[in-house]
Design a protein around this ligand. Structure first.
Ligand code: 13P
Length: 247
């Protein structure tokens, strides 16, 4: 099974940051395991075009961090549509990151974001995850189920990857236990399988993934890859995550 290493840069990077990805690209091009995985980076909108042009025919694919809930052009100041993202050559977009849910993205908005992104042939990395309060109340599964049921539609079958990111784990160094994470991943896969009639749903994990924690995560075979925040801004850390995954 193909694995995914996705680096979400969030609000980080200038054109000079290309040097980070050049090192990552050089590593991949010489890695004996390179056929087993895909590397995708989601830089801020300001860098998408530069990175897409630079990494054309190379080992790194580029995606957006968000995509607006309308199709093409409109009078929404500051918004970027899936059509615009696609027009600069990005192939992926994150949708539903907890940073954006926190700022007001409801399930209804997310459903539109997913619909228009898919219509514009973007592959969607749809982020879900429970917060600490919900986890403590043992509501994790019901929260995840709702987040999936309220947004996914059958016709997305080929266009969607799920990223499970427990909010309490993002940027905190706290990670789920192996048992907890195995169970949640299997649970998410079973829901997506049923809803999309998809044989092998792709489910990634995100939340404090680094060169050390990956040694635990790699033991969970159900996980198809990682959505990496902080550690993806360092070429060394990002490369070490891939190296450690395969050793
Ligand atoms: P960290 O890897 O910094 O915890 O961030 C995870 C994340 O939010 C990726 O989208």
């Amino acid at each position: 099974m193909m694995k995914y290493f996705i680096g979400n840069w969030k609000m980080f990077g200038t054109p000079k940051s290309l040097s980070i990805l050049n090192k990552v690209n050089y590593f991949i091009s010489r890695d004996k395991n390179k056929k087993k995985y895909k590397v995708i980076i989601t830089p801020p909108f300001t860098l998408i075009q530069t990175f897409v042009d630079h990494f054309k025919n190379k080992k790194i694919s580029i995606g957006a961090q968000n995509s607006y809930q309308k199709e093409k052009f409109s009078s929404d100041t500051g918004a970027i549509s899936p059509f615009m993202i696609r027009s600069v050559g990005a192939k992926y977009t994150l949708i539903g990151h907890s940073d954006n849910r926190k700022e007001g993205d409801t399930d209804k908005i997310l459903k539109d974001k997913v619909k228009f992104a898919s219509k514009n042939n973007l592959k969607i990395i749809f982020c879900i995850g429970e917060n600490k309060f919900q986890k403590n109340k043992k509501k994790t599964f019901s929260v995840l189920k709702k987040q999936l049921m309220n947004v996914l539609e059958k016709k997305l079958i080929d266009n969607i990857i799920i990223a499970y990111e427990p909010i309490w784990s993002i940027g905190t160094g706290k990670i789920p236990s192996k048992n907890e994470l195995t169970k949640s991943t299997i649970f998410i896969k079973s829901i997506v399988k049923k809803m999309l009639k998809k044989k092998t749903p792709i489910v990634l994990y995100g939340g404090s993934v680094d060169e050390n924690s990956v040694n635990l995560f790699k033991q969970i075979k159900e996980i198809d890859g990682f959505l990496i925040g902080g550690a993806s801004k360092s070429s060394k850390k990002f490369i070490d995550i891939i190296k450690n995954y395969y050793t």
